[in-house]
Each structure stands twice: as structure tokens, then as C-alpha cells.
Design a protein. Structure first.
Length: 501
């Protein structure tokens, strides 16, 4: 008799059931466990809880009689109900906590991870070859491109360049409220979603769980069929315009030309190979320019894969990194996604997008939400947890390197070469969010002082000695010496405290 195979809620695509030497038995009975304790441990965004449960239940419906779907309190309880003391296989989970759990269960055999481009061993060999240091994303990205022969012409990068960022960092078109891109794919809710919403309402009413954010109509795919439709829509209608403005922000157009595929990838509904290969095909067939295709490939084969691999290479202790010694608790308005409490238009807009949808694209995450947290000394572990809970595509493996390493510089530079924060001038250049704001990006002190501009200089002052040896920060640090109002600025920022800006 075939050994049962356990699917976690982020292992929902067909590639997690492909039989083989490193896969489950052919026609293995499938176990899926909906453990409510997951939602008790963290106060998740309601739209995220809805998406996960909807996706799991959609997958169970597809599998039909092959699946034993258990609704219970904990994974241990569910596994006992599904297979008793019998053997079960499971693909390597996506978090340290889940891996500890499955390894603690005697009857569980852990198979290699799926849903990514490279085995852990290949990355470890590459990283060890660099001495475990200087593991820069650009070097990794080029190695993956060569290894996978992805977007390559022989030994050379397709289009003659590895990196097309110089074409992909344009500000939004002047005077435009939207980018005018074709609309993204939007799923239609069905009876599964009705059941999920009913259950979540009941759990909240009974005091079993609590959520943040709003659960409007589901915006992201919850099935393989929907995910493929979203991928096709992006490749055929939106990829061509993706590159130039991928780092820009427009208040009335939060989606712009972004793919909205991250949640589908992180649920396992899509495999990264089919996304990047589809994009390459769009370029080779003349349907999308090289800069847009390379930018999209970089996000998946470069950044997503890099973050996944670093999560395991750095280990679980990485989450305790706090090189800047930031310990401020997250204020209530931030925890509650209370965008209406915020005066700064850019931050209020980003926070409202998270509140309403559980999503923003990467620049509001890094340069608005993350930058504010960094400038205000928020505890990086709490910031990591907030991003994990508040975003539909947020998982421990996603957010730990992204927040600790990239956004909060809490690892002291193991992952990036400098802190990613800026004054209001960057926001003004790359968005339309400063127009109509009560603050002015050029002002550091006074009633109209931009909290990002003032916060940037105060951050540099606090960490000047630590950053002094960083060549990429030398010019910014020299700028401190030219500020005639630094004392007034520092007094202002100390008094600001944790009030919403």
C-alpha cells in the first residue's frame, strides 16, 4: 500500500505530488490538515487567512477521494486522526518551526523541498565557495541564470546585459494618475469562499481568533486554474509594460504593471520555472522588451530564490539579528493598520493598501513601510512578524531575510551593502504621493517637516559611528555636517516619539 503524503497549505500545486525518487509514492493518499492553532499564534490579516483556507479547500476539492482533509486544532492532532501511527511523507516545509515539527515525528519522512529553482545543497556549495560572506544578490542571480541557462545567448546574457535596472527605475509619468496598464486577472469568489468567510466570522465571534485588516472580495488566486489564468494575463497583457516603472508609486494605481503572482508562487500554485520561462518566451517571440522581461526574471530567479536560500543558509538564529540595537515597540496605529491616523500621505496610502488588500508592491514595502520602521528604531523582530502577518504573500522564509537583512539592516550588512532608507526627496521623485500632503519633502524642521526627511537625518546621526566605514554611506554622512539646523531637528524628532506622522 502506498505511503500517505502530507501537503502543507503552501504546497498546493501539482509539482508537490509528482512521484519519483525524491517524491511521494505514485497515487499516494493525501493528507491535508487545517490547524486552527496557526491563526491563534499570530493576528493575521483577515484577507490572508481567507486566501490560505480558500486555497487549501480548493485543492482538497480537486483531489476528491484521494485526500483526507482534517479540520482540527493542531497539526499533531490532525496527523494522528489522518494516519494514526502509520508512515507519511512530506516535502521539506518552508519554515524552521514546521521543519522542527515534522522532524520530531517518528513516522514522518521528509523529502527534498520543491517549488524552487535550486536544491539547498547547490546553494550551500556556491555560498561556501564565497566563504559564507559577500553573498550578494547580483552574483547569485548571474550564477542562477548560467546554471539554469535562463535568458542566455550561449555564455552571454540575452540582450547583452545582465542588468537592465537603468531602464527600469523611471519615475511615474508626469501628471498621470494611473499607468494605464491593462487590468490584472481577478478571480471570482464561489461557494468555497462563502464557506471560508462564514467560518472566519464564526471563529472571530466565538473569540477563538482575531484578525487585522479587511476581507473584501478575494483578489488573489486560490486554485491552480486561477493561478495559471493570472500568469497568462500578466505575460500576455502586462509584462511588456512592467519594467520601466517597477520602482514607481502612484496613489490611485497601487497595482500598476506588477504581476500579483507572489501569493500564487508562495502557496505553491505556480512553479517559479514556469513563470520565468514564460517571460523568456515572451521576449524571444517579440511580445515583451528585454528590460521588462529581465526585471521580472530578476524578481523571481534572482530575489525570490535568493531570499529562500539565505533563509536556510543563515539559520534560525538569524531572526535575532539586531546590529543597530533597535528595540522600540510597534505603535498601535501601525499594528492596527490605522491609515486614517496618519497625516503623511505616502505612509497613509501604503498602510491603507495593506489594510484593504493585504498587499502593496515592493517599493512601498521597502521605502515607505520599512523605511519608516527603520528610521523610528522599531524592533526588527517585531517588524518581521508584522510583515509576515499583514501580507497575503508573507511567510517566515519570505519576510525574515527581506526585513532583517534588506529592510531593517539588522544583520549589519550580511545581505545588503547599506541601509535602505531615504529622505522625502526619493518619495517625491518616484511617486505622486507628496502632492497634497501636509508635509513638504524639502523641509526638515517645523510644522511642515517631512517625517521621512527629518527621520532620515536623525537616523544617520544616531548611527554615524557604525556607518562611518561604509563607503556607500560616505556622501550621506558628510551631509550631516552641512545641516545648520541639526540640533533643532534632533530635538523635534525626539519629541515626535511614536505618534503617527
Amino acid at each position: 500500500m502506498a505511503t500517505a503524503h502530507w501537503l502543507f497549505g503552501d504546497q498546493l500545486g501539482p509539482h508537490f505530488l509528482t512521484a519519483g525518487a525524491e517524491g511521494p509514492d505514485r497515487d499516494a493518499p493525501v493528507v491535508m490538515i487545517e490547524a486552527r492553532s496557526v491563526f491563534r499564534r499570530r493576528r493575521f490579516h483577515r484577507a490572508k487567512a481567507h486566501l490560505i483556507l480558500s486555497a487549501m479547500r480548493h485543492r482538497a476539492a480537486e483531489l476528491g477521494d484521494r485526500v483526507r482533509y482534517i479540520r482540527c486544532d493542531t497539526y499533531r492532532e490532525g496527523l494522528l486522526a489522518a494516519v494514526g501511527e502509520g508512515p507519511v511523507t512530506v516535502h521539506h516545509p518552508t519554515s524552521h518551526a514546521a521543519l522542527r515539527l515534522v522532524r520530531s515525528l517518528d513516522a514522518v519522512t521528509v523529502l527534498p523541498a520543491r517549488g524552487f529553482l535550486l536544491p539547498h545543497a547547490d546553494f550551500r556549495a556556491w555560498a561556501d565557495g564565497h566563504g559564507g560572506r559577500s553573498l550578494r544578490q547580483e552574483d547569485f542571480y548571474r550564477w542562477v541564470r548560467r546554471d539554469r541557462h535562463l535568458l542566455m545567448d550561449g555564455d552571454a546574457p540575452a540582450g547583452g546585459r545582465w542588468n537592465h535596472d537603468h531602464h527600469n527605475r523611471e519615475p511615474p509619468p508626469r501628471g498621470a494618475r494611473t499607468l494605464g496598464a491593462p487590468a490584472p486577472y481577478r478571480p471570482r469568489e464561489n461557494t468555497v469562499d462563502e464557506e471560508v468567510r462564514h467560518d472566519l466570522d464564526r471563529w472571530e465571534r466565538d473569540g477563538l481568533v482575531a484578525f487585522v485588516g479587511r476581507d473584501g472580495p478575494r483578489r488573489f488566486p486560490a486554485s491552480r486554474r486561477e493561478a495559471l489564468a493570472a500568469l497568462r494575463r500578466f505575460l500576455e497583457h502586462r509584462l511588456a509594460g512592467f519594467g520601466p516603472h517597477e520602482d514607481a508609486m502612484l496613489g490611485a494605481d497601487p497595482v500598476m504593471s506588477h504581476s500579483l503572482l507572489s501569493s500564487s508562487l508562495n502557496l505553491g500554485l505556480l512553479h517559479p520555472a514556469e513563470c520565468v520561462e514564460g517571460a523568456e518566451d515572451a521576449w524571444r517571440s517579440g511580445r515583451a522588451p528585454i528590460n521588462s522581461v529581465e526585471g521580472f526574471v530578476r524578481q523571481i530567479a534572482g530575489w525570490r530564490e535568493y531570499v529562500w536560500q539565505l533563509y536556510w543558509y543563515f539559520g534560525d538564529d538569524y531572526r535575532h539579528s539586531n546590529a543597530l540595537h533597535h528595540h522600540a515597540p510597534l505603535p498601535d496605529w501601525f499594528l492596527e493598520l490605522d491609515a486614517d491616523a496618519v497625516t503623511a500621505r505616502c505612509l497613509a496610502t501604503a498602510l491603507a493598501q495593506v489594510r484593504d488588500t493585504g498587499w502593496t508592491h515592493h517599493i512601498p514595502r521597502l521605502m515607505l513601510l520599512g523605511s519608516h520602521a527603520l528610521q523610528r528604531d522599531f524592533d526588527p523582530r517585531a517588524v518581521t512578524d508584522w510583515f509576515h502577518r499583514s501580507f497575503v504573500d508573507g511567510y517566515d522564509w519570505v519576510m525574515l531575510p527581506n526585513v532583517v537583512g534588506m529592510s531593517q539592516y539588522a544583520d549589519g550588512g550580511r545581505m545588503t551593502t547599506k541601509p535602505y532608507t531615504s529622505a522625502g526627496a526619493y518619495v517625491n521623485r518616484m511617486s505622486d504621493l507628496c502632492g497634497g500632503c501636509a508635509y513638504r519633502p524639502t523641509e526638515r524642521v517645523g510644522e511642515r517637516a517631512c517625517p521621512y526627511t527629518a527621520g532620515y537625518w536623525a537616523f544617520l546621526h544616531r548611527h554615524r559611528s557604525r556607518l562611518a566605514g561604509n563607503g556607500r554611506m560616505a556622501q550621506a554622512l558628510r551631509g550631516l555636517d552641512r545641516l545648520g539646523d541639526l540640533d533643532e531637528l534632533l530635538h523635534q524628532e525626539r519629541n515626535r516619539g511614536q505618534d503617527p506622522p
